[in-house]
Design a protein around this ligand. Structure first.
Ligand code: NI
Length: 198
């Protein structure tokens, strides 16, 4: 089922999530729904708070960049880029702060705004997959980027928080309009002040 996406100004986007403690049919359904919602909106990542939930999990689908990712990995497509996957209770174990690179980011909760953000390009990450199997490995490039953006969502942080004071000032009006419920997207959304999709 496609879920409506909560947009900028919705309080839940600023709240802390709760670690997932156990598997359940409800959890598996949520993961399926989040993957369907992400793909419908042509996103590469979607975190639980973006669909109004507090579970500490996000989904990613890097298959649209499969060619680039395979090229960067000696012509072999890594398993995590083959299709959509869920990352439960994700954590960054360490980050190479000397590897910061600038990359243009967007967010399904902040439609039509894209801005450059600097983040480390190399990280050691840990998470459980949807079968609760643990994974820990070094991530770089697209996976490192999407992982950090989505992990931020699980702790109430949005990519616009990283912008320079100048860029923030330039976007201030558009962001304020969004907090007043003026938002347009080609997928179902729940703007601030609404409890139902519009
Ligand atoms: Ni986002």
């Amino acid at each position: 089922m496609i879920l409506p996406i909560y947009t900028y100004g919705q309080p839940i986007l600023r709240e802390e999530t709760e670690p997932v403690k156990a598997d359940s049919a409800e959890l598996q359904q949520l993961i399926d729904d989040m993957i369907e919602t992400m793909d419908n909106a042509q996103g590469v990542g979607l975190a639980a708070p973006q669909v109004g939930r507090r579970e500490r999990l996000f989904v990613v689908d890097l298959s649209s960049s499969a060619e680039e990712i395979a090229d960067a990995h000696g012509g072999v497509l890594p398993w995590w880029a083959e299709g959509p996957m869920a990352l439960i209770n994700p954590e960054i174990m360490s980050a190479d702060d000397t590897s910061g690179i600038e990359f243009e980011e967007g967010c399904l909760s902040i439609p039509d705004i894209r801005e450059f953000v600097v983040r480390p390009d190399r990280l050691r990450i840990r998470f459980l997959d949807r079968h609760f199997q643990p994974h820990e490995f070094d991530a770089d490039d697209m996976l490192a980027r999407v992982f950090q953006h989505e992990l931020d969502h699980l702790h109430g942080v949005l990519f616009v928080d990283y912008l320079s004071p100048l860029r923030r000032r330039m976007l201030k009006r558009r962001l304020r309009e969004m907090t007043h419920g003026h938002v347009e997207a080609d997928y179902p959304v729940v703007p601030p002040g609404e409890t139902q999709p519009v």
